[in-house]
Design a protein around this ligand. Structure first.
Ligand code: ADE
Ligand code: ZN
Length: 338
């Protein structure tokens, strides 16, 4: 391991943009397919990996929803979560605020409880055995209508004390945040935090909508905000956290090369950017690989990497005491690594 990789691995960090269904590795996909007697349209793990070549978000989403079809039982979701947490622990992750897509599962006939009970039990095990804390963000699929999102929020009612917030994901272009204004207002009234994917493929106008119509607490991705100087200035001044995902941006052709990734520009502008893996099983790496990719591609300094790690805790939904504890752990690590 290089010095840089070693420094990154030891740096305490939180992940704020991770779709748990996007952490389904081909090996586990095959195992669950066999366990649940679900035939996959691939003969081998290699064949699955070879199919992971995308030219845009929709290309990826088609295969991602198909892959999630092997998840059938609480145990499957528990195993999925634990596999992710082990990877996170190996990368120096201490905390994760994970997205899950209940509609992907309820639309296949699974009860809402199966996915969430399995994930919650994996989360409890990860805290006990790995010392990793986590919370859940329920994402509405934006290619579906707002009534379907309301039905999902209703199904989530018995679990509201165990759900941190709601988010908005899936096909962005053509499905602006304003389509979900009412259900986000209802989620806020229920005491939930609000986040939304905006400005991944969609225009700056979608980021404005997420801020002004949904009143989000964080923007997921937000890359295209940089096309609008007034918007960028507003995000800087308000200290809005952006959950940026470098390897995702590369694989979904949001950028052509990590050397051209906007992360360094974002840091230099003073945006509260964080570094995340999005769908690591599909995009070629977990949070550590994302840190390393931008560190090498953009020549980030150790100070830049520390800022990314600090932003991940400061922008989390943890309480102030926990945030301060993690920030102090980063300072202690940096002092010991000097
Ligand atoms: N669902 C899973 N990953 C996603 C992404 N990067 N953008 C939108 N929806 C998603
Ligand atoms: Zn995402």
């Amino acid at each position: 391991m290089t010095d840089l990789a070693h420094f990154i691995t030891g740096l305490p960090k939180a992940e704020l943009h991770l779709h748990i269904e996007g952490s389904l590795e081909p090996e586990l996909m095959f195992e669950l397919g066999q366990r649940n007697r679900i035939a996959l349209p691939f003969k081998s793990v290699e064949e699955v990996r070879a199919a992971y070549s995308f030219s845009n978000l929709q290309d990826f989403l088609d295969i991602y929803y198909q892959g999630a079809g092997v998840l059938m039982t609480e145990q499957d979701f528990h195993d999925l979560a634990m596999a992710y947490f082990k990877r996170l622990a190996a990368d120096g992750g201490r905390h994760s605020e994970m997205f899950f897509d209940p509609q992907t599962h309820t639309d296949r006939g699974l009860p809402f409880s199966v996915a969430i009970d399995g994930l919650l039990s994996g989360m409890a095990e990860a805290e006990k055995t790995l010392g990793i804390t986590s919370s859940l963000i329920l994402c509405f699929l934006r290619h579906l209508d707002e009534d379907a999102a309301f039905a999902t929020l209703k199904a989530a009612e018995p679990y509201l004390d165990r759900i941190q917030g709601v988010g908005l994901d899936s096909s962005e272009v053509g499905h602006p945040p304003s389509k979900f204004a009412k259900v986000f207002a209802a989620a806020k009234s229920a005491g939930l935090k609000l986040v939304a994917h905006a400005g991944e493929e969609g225009p700056p106008a979608y980021v404005y909508e997420a801020l002004d119509i949904l009143h989000v607490d964080r923007i997921d991705h937000g890359n295209r905000s940089l096309e609008d100087a007034a918007l960028t200035d507003r995000l800087v001044k308000s200290g809005m956290t952006l959950t940026v995902c470098p390897l995702s941006n590369l694989k979904l052709c949001v950028v052509d090369d990590l050397k051209a990734h906007p992360m360094k520009r974002m840091l230099d502008l003073g945006l509260k950017v964080t570094c995340n893996s999005d769908d690591p099983a599909y995009f070629g790496g977990y949070i550590g690989a994302n840190f390393l990719g931008v560190a090498e591609g953009l020549g980030l300094s150790r100070d830049d990497l520390v800022t990314l790690a600090k932003n991940s805790f400061a922008g989390s939904f943890l309480d102030e005491l926990s945030i301060n504890k993690h920030l102090a752990a980063i300072d202690a690590y940096v002092a010991s690594a000097a």
